[in-house]
Design a protein around this ligand. Structure first.
Ligand code: DQQ
Length: 565
């Protein structure tokens, strides 16, 4: 395969963030600064595979979070304090307006340490070049850290005492800990005696994020915000596994965090019940919102990644806020996605009987945005719930997949379906009666997503915390983008992201259906589906045009038209 063919591979996404080529993992230092969105990311400029010692920080900029221009690398592993890799970290804007990177370096002895970097020219609106001062590492690895696990500093926040603080994941004498460091000048740091959080059952956490959320309303808050109207969210990534979060109270006088759902991570919530990791949020002052980025790795084979020449995408950026229950986050694709909406089809008031299948025709659905509200006129037929199922919704989804008839549900969407239905991915809900209330299960079933034998085809699942007895309806939004399907159940309270590799998508279009395999009817009160246009994302030889300083947009959005067939 030559470079051109790699770039146009049919699995390549049309509006998700990914570099033109090579390996990408965690989002690092997302930022809105002087009218420009920045995204840095773990990036191997030398090829499509993860290579511990060769990781750089890739850097891209955008005017709208949808179209992106690649600026090359901001940090490379060229110094003794990061010679074996520039690993994950954050950007903080200091009180004088200067942004500063805090990141983990693997030094020439492969020891994980914390470093800083400054823009060489702070007045460059694109922050293209970064300087790593010789005072690095600003934090060497503490003696009580075990397993060389000391990494991923968060964005820093300012306490009432005028000192900066950040959190970092560390294994301290075998215990997974979130440590807090304080500093007045961002260079000299002192570790707090007591960690912010410890979990004896999980020795290695990665990519912590601590951020404030308003108790009421959907607006985001600056990372240093605190006070009576504020809760905090602690998010931790369980090494090579899943992201968890909990809402609680953070006190910056004592640097303590009291999680509302307790210290035991097993009682925390998942950021996403599918395949998503290393989430990191930032405050977007342009639209007063908090926005979440997260890495969505490939699930194909390494040999496929080598053949395509690229590996890894980011989930579409999500606005997030605290639900009115004060316990769960609501996540929703940022509204800028609507600029990509093209042709629309609508379905209103359609009754889908037991066994019903209704095609949503008229748009190309390999890159689409689908919003649907299902009404459940009659909840009595809901299946009886076994409390043992609470522990493992994924297993329950696998046992009761879309082909297993229920009472109320399974109903939902069939997406990325081939003409003969041999390939299809289902996203569905199933209702259970639990004491005097109801439990809603949401699943994404990949078992038939691809005819490729060796593809990874799990069933993902999570419960949706909504009051269906009151609402008598449930909403689903699904973003489809060639090899990724992101679904938002119950208005964004439960999210499931999945990678899919359907073979039919290489040559033909995909089909979209609404289905119901419950004994009770469901009604589609409203379905809207939009075909989405192709964004200009890190087009390899793209230039930059400054439209109106300081707004920057990538040039030549029409060059990347490979999905228009
Ligand atoms: N990825 C980085 C580490 C981090 C891990 C290395 C999480 O800093 O802990 O690429 O995916």
């Amino acid at each position: 395969m030559n470079g051109e063919q790699q770039y146009w591979h049919h699995g390549r996404t049309a509006y998700h963030f990914q570099p033109a080529k090579n390996w990408m993992n965690d989002p690092n230092g997302p930022l809105y600064h002087n009218g420009v969105y920045h995204l840095f990311y773990q990036y191997n400029p030398h090829g499509p595979l993860f290579d511990t010692g060769r990781l750089s920080w890739g850097h891209s900029v955008s005017g709208d979070l949808v179209n992106w221009a690649f600026l090359g690398t901001a940090l490379d592993p060229t110094s003794p304090f990061d010679a074996d890799g520039c690993w994950s970290g954050s950007v903080t804007v200091l009180s004088d307006g200067r942004p500063i990177i805090l990141y983990t370096g693997r030094d020439s002895n492969r020891v994980q340490v914390q470093n800083v970097a400054f823009p060489k020219n702070p007045s460059d609106p694109l922050l293209r070049e970064w300087h790593k001062p010789s005072c690095n590492p600003v934090i060497p690895q503490p003696a009580d850290v075990t397993g060389n696990n000391f990494r991923d500093p968060t964005t820093a926040w300012l306490g009432h005492d005028g000192q900066w603080r950040f959190a970092v994941a560390a294994e301290v004498e075998g215990v997974g800990s979130t440590l807090i460091y304080r500093s007045a000048d961002f260079v000299h740091w002192k570790r707090n005696a007591t960690p912010l959080h410890t979990s004896p059952d999980v020795p290695v956490w990665e990519c912590p994020d601590l951020f404030p959320v308003a108790k009421h309303g959907t607006e985001g808050l600056d990372t240093s915000a605190n006070g009576p109207g504020v809760w905090h969210v602690l998010k931790l990534s369980k090494a090579a596994d899943e992201d968890y979060y909990v809402v609680g109270r953070y006190d910056d006088e004592t640097d303590t965090f009291v999680p509302g759902d307790g210290n035991d991570v097993r009682n925390w919530r998942r950021v996403d019940h599918g395949h998503l990791f290393g989430a990191k949020s930032f405050f977007d002052a342009r639209k007063n919102r908090r926005v979440l980025w997260a890495w969505v790795n490939e699930t194909d084979n390494q040999s496929d990644d080598v053949a395509k020449g690229w590996t890894g995408i980011q989930a579409f950026p999500r606005a997030l806020w605290l639900d009115s229950d004060g316990k769960q986050l609501v996540q929703w694709p940022v509204e800028e996605i609507e600029t990509l909406r093209r042709k629309r089809v609508v379905l209103l008031g359609a009754v889908v009987a037991s066994g019903g299948l209704h095609e949503i025709a008229g748009i190309e659905t390999r890159q689409a945005d689908v919003e649907v509200v299902f009404e459940m006129p009659n909840l009595e037929e809901a299946e009886t719930f076994d409390p043992n199922w609470l522990q493992d919704p994924q297993k329950l989804c696998a046992e009761k997949d879309a082909s297993v008839q229920g009472g109320v549900g399974p109903f939902g969407l069939i997406v990325m379906a081939s003409g003969d239905m041999q390939e299809q991915t289902t996203i569905f809900f199933r209702l259970f009666k639990h004491d005097d209330a109801y439990k809603v299960l949401m699943c994404t079933d990949l078992t038939r997503s691809s005819t490729k034998e060796e593809a990874y085809k799990p069933v993902y699942g999570g419960f949706v915390d909504v009051d269906v007895a009151k609402d008598k309806c449930i909403s689903l939004r699904t973003l489809i983008d060639h090899s990724v399907i992101e679904s938002f159940g119950g208005g964004g309270r439960t999210c499931i992201t999945a990678r899919v590799y359907p073979e039919h998508a290489a040559t033909g279009s995909s089909h979209l259906y609404v289905f119901n395999n419950g004994s009770d009817v469901v009604k589609v009160s409203k379905l809207e589906a939009w075909e989405l246009g192709t964004a200009s994302v890190n087009v390899e030889d793209d230039g930059l045009v400054a439209l109106q300083s300081p707004l920057v947009v990538p040039m030549s959005p029409n060059r990347r038209n490979h999905h228009v067939e």
